[in-house]
Design a protein around this ligand. Structure first.
Ligand code: HEM
Ligand code: NAG
Ligand code: NAG
Length: 313
């Protein structure tokens, strides 16, 4: 009986691994080709975050930028070359952090299973683990992304701007197949990390109807230390929790694109719900993250597995 169960288990794994063809994404993509990929990534992320917990935010944001431009294809990692200015060198990427963690993971994986695990998958897995280590939900993502070969500074126009209102956000995320609820849940990633003064100082000089007069003083104080001075999105910048939504309810949203989620009737109820119910935020967030991790994937021969995440093979 036990043997029969084992047999069923093995068959289940094989079926779930191959039904859709080896080139398609699935949870067990590296089961035979790089069996310890998950614990290796998890360990590396864990060590890095013990040294610097603020890097969880960096890893999650990197995954978002990767997926929104050209799909989740590791394009965010490519360096500029003589003939091409990469996404990385766009002002929107100025403060992306955590590249060294991805490099470290890639180096280890190239030793264990050379040429097998894509940079795009590493970014997606590292982001998943960063959410977990910061105290957020546990979830897994399908693997099997291939790395792309295009990374152009002009493509970063596809990223949402911090000055966006709810309608702008809903439109841009809608183009990628996200619902209004997904927009609010994904914005909840701002439960981690900081924004620099450059990203919100427009609110202090121009008329921003979403800016609370009391909170304006806090932001002005931060900006008195210069354009790169940091303001955390919520009082607990390293904890993945629902404090961000409570901040929005208290009119303490840092970016226009944050506070608009509470001010707009299109999204206010969702913000209120997440502020009251962290478990529901976690559930919606993980579902939206899996969806994001599958944006415009390059499967099979449409991409490559880069040897070095900084340059195409
Ligand atoms: C809804 C539209 C969004 C806008 C307009 C936006 C914009 C920004 C801006 C301007 C910053 C600060 C950059 C700086 O000043 O250095 C930031 C930080 C951050 N964003 Fe977003 N973001 C959005 C959605 C997302 C999503 C979907 C995620 C991930 C799922 C995300 C994750 C982060 C994280 C974690 C940080 C903190 C980074 C750090 O501390 O290093 N954001 N975002
Ligand atoms: C949102 O901003 C856009 C411009 O980015 C503007 O055309 C639109 O009227 C604004 N919507 C609301 C509801 O304020
Ligand atoms: C980490 C990284 O590559 N940042 C780059 C972002 O873009 C600026 C230019 O706007 C570069 O100087 C940074 O090196």
């Amino acid at each position: 009986m036990a043997n029969l169960l084992t047999l069923f288990f093995v068959m289940e794994v094989i079926v779930s691994g191959f039904t859709f063809g080896v080139d398609d994404l699935n949870m067990n993509y590296y089961l035979f080709s790089c069996p310890f990929v998950d614990p290796i990534v998890k360990n590396k992320v864990s060590t890095a975050l013990q040294n610097d917990p603020t890097l969880a935010a960096g890893l999650i944001r990197m995954h978002f930028h990767d997926c929104f431009i050209e799909g989740c294809d590791g394009s965010v990692l490519l360096d500029s070359t003589k003939d091409n200015t990469a996404e990385k060198d766009s002002p929107a990427n100025l403060s992306l952090r955590g590249y060294e963690i991805i490099d470290d993971i890639k180096e280890e994986l190239e030793k264990r299973c050379p040429g097998v695990v894509s940079c795009a998958d590493i970014v997606a897995m590292a982001s998943r683990d960063a959410v977990f280590f910061a105290g957020g939900p546990v979830y897994d993502i399908p693997k099997g992304r291939k790395d792309g070969t295009r990374s152009k500074i002009e493509d970063t126009f596809n990223l949402p701007a911090p000055s966006f209102n709810a309608s702008d956000l809903i439109r841009m995320f809608g183009q990628h197949g996200f619902s209004v609820r997904d927009v609010v849940a994904l914005s909840g990633a701002h439960t981690l990390g900081v924004a620099r003064c450059t990203s919100f100082k427009n609110r202090l000089t121009q008329q921003d109807p979403t800016l609370d007069t009391e909170f304006a003083k806090t932001l002005s104080k931060t900006c008195s230390a210069g354009d790169n001075a940091e303001q955390s999105f919520d009082p607990t910048r390293n904890d993945f929790d629902n404090a961000y939504f409570n901040s929005l309810v208290s009119n303490n949203g840092v970016l226009t694109s944050d506070q608009t989620l509470y001010n707009s009737p299109k999204t206010r109820n969702i913000v209120n719900t997440y502020a009251m119910n962290q478990a529901l935020f976690f559930l919606d967030f993980q579902q939206a993250m899996v969806k994001m991790s599958l944006l415009d994937i390059k499967e099979g021969s449409r991409g490559e597995v880069r040897k070095n995440c900084h340059k195409i093979n």
